[in-house]
Design a protein around this ligand. Structure first.
Ligand SMILES: Nc1ncnc2c1ncn2[C@@H]1O[C@H](COP(=O)(O)OP(=O)(O)OP(=O)(O)O)[C@@H](O)[C@H]1O
Ligand SMILES: [Mg+2]
Length: 286
């Protein structure tokens, strides 16, 4: 069975005119005295590739973990496709159609590539291992079609322990897509990868999500990836959203430049440059 036969191909989305899929409204989260997120509000459209950037410690992962249910917000609400998911469990949120990949990919090393995808399909279908004699018998065709989407069909029967890291990241994408999420959260998807591999993974991700009509919210420290692939960019600094705009407008945004340009480097260089900004001072001048 090919991807096309499985109806993976949809009309390409036009994110700007698509309905709002995720609405984050006034979300806040503190850890002791640290305000990791403060009054964070934004909307994400169906089919959109939205990048969330900001210096280390800006609050990006905290925001992700509130959307995927691992953390409960102190304030505000998160609405997904009309359903209030604020404070719901990770499992419930996953069931509603929000998938995720991990910063460090973690497949089952003892399984083959395809068995990892079959395990994800089992989970999606709520089957228990003990009613299926072997994982490797379950939905093999569908698992192969998913591997085909991420160009890993030829490695279906290889043990994961023998795979290159770039291939494992693509496998992770297939696993995340197994339950057909309408929103995929990717926290630093290209961390630990070589520059060429990063571009390849994001090109594949964009191609796939356009075909599937999936929205993506991703964080990323590589500006090549962000400016090359995002439809829109949100900039977080010290827990506050300081900009929400197109890549072209973000490039011209003075406040964003100040956050990143502490060292005078061009936007697109190491984001750690913005670590010590005085956000309150920037607010006054903006
Ligand atoms: N579980 C926690 N307990 C205490 N403080 C936390 C916790 N998680 C995050 N923080 C703090 O909240 C702030 C935001 O952290 P967060 O991990 O969300 O930033 P980030 O933007 O993802 O950074 P990075 O780019 O380094 O991944 C930081 O000051 C961090 O130390
Ligand atoms: Mg983080």
């Amino acid at each position: 069975m090919t991807a096309k036969q499985m109806h993976f191909d949809r009309e390409p989305a036009n994110p700007a005119s698509a309905p709002v899929l995720l609405q984050v409204d006034g979300v806040g989260k503190s850890f002791g005295g640290v305000r990791a997120n403060a009054d964070v509000s934004f909307g994400l459209h169906a089919g959109e590739l939205l990048a969330l950037i900001g210096p280390n410690g800006a609050g990006k992962s905290t925001l992700f973990n509130m959307i995927n249910g691992q953390l409960r917000p102190d304030t505000g609400s998160i609405i997904f496709d009309g359903t209030d998911i604020t404070g719901r469990s990770p499992r419930a949120i996953w069931r509603l159609g929000i998938g995720r990949t991990f910063q460090v990919a973690q497949p089952f090393q003892s399984m083959t590539t395809i068995e990892n995808v079959q395990t994800a399909l089992l989970s999606r279908d709520r089957r228990l291992f003990n009613i299926v004699s072997r994982v490797s018998d379950y939905a093999r065709e569908e698992a192969l079609a998913l591997l085909d989407l991420v160009q890993l069909a030829d490695q279906a029967d290889r043990p994961c322990s023998a795979m290159a890291y770039g291939d494992i990241k693509r496998l992770e994408l297939a696993v995340a897509l197994a339950h057909r999420p309408r929103l995929l959260l990717m926290d630093e998807p290209t961390a630990g990868m070589a520059p060429r591999e990063r571009i390849d993974l994001m090109a594949l991700t964009r191609d796939l999500v356009q075909r599937l009509g999936t929205a993506v919210l991703f964080t990323e420290h590589s500006m090549d990836v962000v400016f090359g692939y995002a439809d829109r960019i949100i900039v977080l600094a010290r827990g506050h959203i300081i900009a929400d705009d197109t890549p072209a407008a973000i490039r011209e945004n003075q406040l964003v430049a100040q956050v990143y340009l502490g060292s005078g480097a061009a936007l697109g260089q190491d984001l750690d440059a913005g670590r010590d900004i005085d956000l309150d001072r920037h607010r006054e001048i903006s």
